[in-house]
Design a protein around this ligand. Structure first.
Ligand SMILES: Cc1cc2nc3c(=O)[nH]c(=O)nc-3n(C[C@H](O)[C@H](O)[C@H](O)COP(=O)(O)O)c2cc1C
Ligand code: SF4
Ligand code: FES
Length: 551
C-alpha cells in the first residue's frame, strides 16, 4: 500500500459540493502538480462531515487540521504554507466566539459527539469499497454468515435494544423475529430512504457518506429473516445518494459481498434501488410498499403488518437507513458494546439534523438521553446574536415543541412523548424569541395538509379545517372558541385517521397550545402577534411586520 505524508480529506457531501467544493479540489490538485507533491499528498473525497454551514470543509491529517469555507483561491496558500512549510493557514481555521480551533478534535461541535452511525462519514471515500473494508467493513456480515445462526443474529439485535430510527422507535430485533417466524419461500428487506421531513437530511448523508454500512446492514437483516432480496426506496431528489448507492452495489457485487453464495455460504442476497417521487406519505411503510409494487402511494390498513404480508404479499422487514447502519456495529462489537451508549430503554445514539436559530447547524450524533441543552449550547454553540432560546421542534411535522423549561430533559423515546412530542427521524429546529409559535404550528400543518393523500376523511378534511382556523387566528379574526375547536378537531383526527400522517398531523398545534397558549390568546384577544411575525388586520402590532418562517 502506498504511504503518503499528508492525507487531505475534502468533503464531497451535497452541501459542500453546492458551495463550490469541486472548484477548490481542482485548484488544490493543480497546485500539488505545480509543486510536484502528487506522490506525497493523498486527496480523499469524503461524505458529509456534519457542519455543512461552514463548507466546503477540508481536514488535513496526520494533525487533523480543519479548514472551513475553502475557496479555489486558498489552494495556493494551503499548499505553500501548510503542505510545504508545515504552517497551517490560520485565517481558514475553525473560528467560534473569536477563538480559533486548529484541529478537528478540539472543536466542541465534533469533540462532544459520539459517532457510531456516522463512524465513516467524512473519513472514507464512499465510492471506494476498499476504504470501507479497511475500516472493518463487511466483517460483521462475515461473522454473521460463518459463525452465527439467524436465531443468534436476531438475539444479538434484540439484546442490544436497538429501536427503529425512522420515527416510531419500534424494537428492531422483535420486528426481525416476527418476519423470521413467517413461513414463506420469499421474503424481502426494504430500506426506507424516503426521508421527507422538512429540514431532515440524516439518511441522505449516511447514504452519501457511507453507503456500504447500509448494504451490509440489509444483508445481515436478510440472513436473519431468510430474505434473498432487498429494495432501497430512495427519493429521486437525492441524486448524489442514488449515484453512490449504485456504485456501492456494483462494487459489493463484484467483490462477492452481494449476489450468490456470499462468503461461500448458502446465503444469497441482492439489492435493487427503487426511486420515490418525493411524496411525504410514501415514507409510511404501507404506502411505500404500494409504491414499490407500482401502485398509487396510499397507506394500507394494518394488520396485516408488512412482516406478515408486505411487498408482493410476502413477509417484509422495513427498516430506516440509520437503523440499518447501526446493525454491522452491533453484530461486530456485541449487544453490550451498543448498550454502553444511551439509556436502558433507548440504547445507542441518535443523529439529529440541527437547524434554525443556533450558531452551528449540521448533523449531530449523540447518545440517546443527551439533554437538549447539550446539543443546542455545547455542540451547537448557542443562540446567535444575543437572542434567547424559546423552543425546539422535534419530529418534524409529526412532532411538537420543547419549551425552555425542559432544556435539561433527556432526549429519548420515553421522555419526548411525555412532553407531547416525538423523536421522529431526528429533525431538530431551534427557535428564538423572534419566532411566533402560532405561525410555526401553521407552517407544519400546512405541510401535512399539502402532503395528505386524501384517502380518509379525518385527515383530508380535518387538517384543512384546522389550517383554516389557524389562518383566521393569525390574521386577527380568531375567537376564543377557535382554541376549543382546534383541540377537539386535533384529538379526533389523531384518533380516527388511517395512517401515521393523520395520526400525528395535529401534534404541532396541540403542543404549541400546551406550552404557548398565551400567544394564541394574544392573537385572538389583543389582535397582536407577540413575536411580530403575523400580519394582523387588527394592526396592534408595532414595528416591522415580516412573514418569517421557522428557519
Ligand atoms: C407519513 C409518514 C412518513 C414516514 N417517512 C419515513 C421516512 O422517510 N423514513 C423512514 O425510515 N420512516 C418513515 N416513516 C416510518 C415508517 O412507516 C416505518 O415505521 C419505518 O420505516 C420503520 O423503520 P424503523 O423500524 O427502522 O424505524 C414514516 C411514517 C409516516 C407515517
Ligand atoms: S391519514 Fe392522511 S395520509 Fe394517511 S391515509 Fe388518511 S388521508 Fe392518507
Ligand atoms: S456536506 Fe460537507 S460538511 Fe456536510
Amino acid at each position: 500500500m502506498k504511504i503518503y505524508r499528508i492525507h487531505a480529506l475534502i468533503c464531497a457531501g451535497a452541501q459542500c459540493l453546492a458551495a463550490g467544493g469541486n472548484g477548490f479540489e481542482d485548484a488544490l490538485k493543480e497546485e500539488l502538480k505545480k509543486h510536484d507533491l502528487t506522490e506525497e499528498v493523498n486527496i480523499v473525497e469524503t461524505g458529509c462531515m456534519g457542519s455543512c454551514q461552514l463548507g466546503p470543509l477540508m481536514v488535513v491529517y496526520p494533525e487533523g487540521v480543519i479548514y472551513t469555507k475553502v475557496k479555489p483561491e486558498d489552494a495556493k496558500e494551503i499548499v505553500e504554507e501548510h503542505f510545504l512549510k508545515g504552517r497551517p493557514v490560520k485565517r481558514l481555521l475553525w473560528k467560534q466566539e473569536e477563538k480559533q480551533f486548529p484541529t478537528l478534535n478540539e472543536v466542541p461541535f465534533f469533540a462532544k459527539q459520539t459517532k457510531i452511525v456516522l463512524r465513516n462519514c467524512g473519513l472514507i471515500n464512499p465510492e471506494d469499497i476498499n476504504e470501507y473494508i479497511a475500516q472493518g467493513g463487511y466483517e460483521a456480515l462475515a461473522k454473521a454468515l460463518t459463525e452465527m445462526t439467524p436465531e443468534d443474529v436476531i438475539k444479538v439485535i434484540k439484546d442490544s435494544g436497538l429501536r427503529g430510527r425512522g420515527g416510531a422507535g419500534f424494537p428492531t430485533g422483535q420486528k426481525w423475529e416476527f418476519a423470521y417466524k413467517q413461513q414463506s419461500d420469499t421474503k424481502y428487506i426494504i430500506c426506507n430512504a424516503d426521508e421527507g421531513d422538512p429540514g431532515a437530511y440524516m439518511d441522505r448523508s449516511i447514504l452519501e457518506g457511507d453507503p456500504h454500512s447500509v448494504l451490509e446492514g440489509m444483508a445481515i437483516a436478510g440472513y436473519a429473516i431468510g430474505a434473498q432480496k432487498g429494495y432501497i426506496y430512495v427519493r429521486a431528489e437525492y441524486p448524489l445518494a442514488v449515484k453512490r448507492l449504485e456504485i456501492a452495489i456494483k462494487q459489493a457485487r463484484a467483490a462477492g459481498l452481494l449476489g450468490k453464495n456470499i462468503f461461500g455460504t448458502n446465503f444469497s442476497f441482492d439489492i435493487e434501488l427503487r426511486m420515490g417521487a418525493g411524496a411525504f406519505v410514501c415514507g409510511e411503510e404501507t404506502a411505500l410498499i404500494n409504491s414499490i409494487e407500482g401502485k398509487r402511494g396510499e397507506p394500507r390498513k394494518k394488520p396485516p403488518f408488512p412482516a406478515q404480508k408486505g411487498v408482493f404479499g410476502k413477509p417484509t422487514v422495513i427498516n430506516n437507513v440509520e437503523t440499518l447502519a447501526n446493525v454491522p456495529v452491533i453484530i461486530e462489537k456485541g449487544a453490550q458494546f451498543f448498550r454502553k451508549f444511551g439509556t436502558e430503554k433507548s440504547p445507542g445514539t441518535k443523529v439529529f439534523a440541527l437547524a434554525g436559530k443556533v450558531n452551528i447547524t449540521g448533523l449531530v450524533e449523540v447518545p440517546l438521553g443527551t439533554p437538549l441543552r447539550t446539543i443546542v449550547f455545547d455542540i451547537g454553540g448557542g443562540i446567535p446574536e444575543g437572542h434567547t432560546f424559546k423552543a425546539a421542534q422535534t419530529g418534524g411535522p409529526s412532532g411538537g415543541v420543547i419549551p425552555a423549561e425542559y432544556l435539561d430533559v433527556p432526549m429519548d423515546y420515553e421522555n419526548l412523548p411525555q412532553l407531547g412530542t416525538i423523536m421522529g427521524s431526528g429533525g431538530l429546529i431551534i427557535m428564538d424569541e423572534t419566532s411566533c409559535m402560532v405561525d410555526v404550528a401553521k407552517f407544519f400543518l400546512k405541510f401535512t395538509v399539502d402532503e395528505s393523500c386524501g384517502k380518509c376523511t379525518p385527515c383530508r378534511e380535518g387538517t384543512r379545517q384546522m389550517l383554516n382556523i389557524l389562518e383566521k387566528i393569525t390574521s386577527g379574526n380568531g375567537t376564543m372558541e377557535d382554541i376549543d375547536r382546534l383541540e377537539k378537531l386535533g384529538n379526533i383526527i389523531k384518533l380516527t385517521s388511517l395512517c401515521g400522517l393523520g395520526q400525528t398531523a395535529p401534534n404541532p398545534v396541540l403542543s404549541t397550545l400546551r406550552y404557548f397558549r398565551d400567544e394564541y390568546i394574544a392573537h385572538i384577544k389583543d389582535k397582536k402577534c407577540p413575536a411580530n411575525v403575523c400580519s394582523m388586520r387588527g394592526a396592534k402590532n408595532e414595528g416591522k411586520v415580516v412573514n418569517r418562517r421557522p428557519a
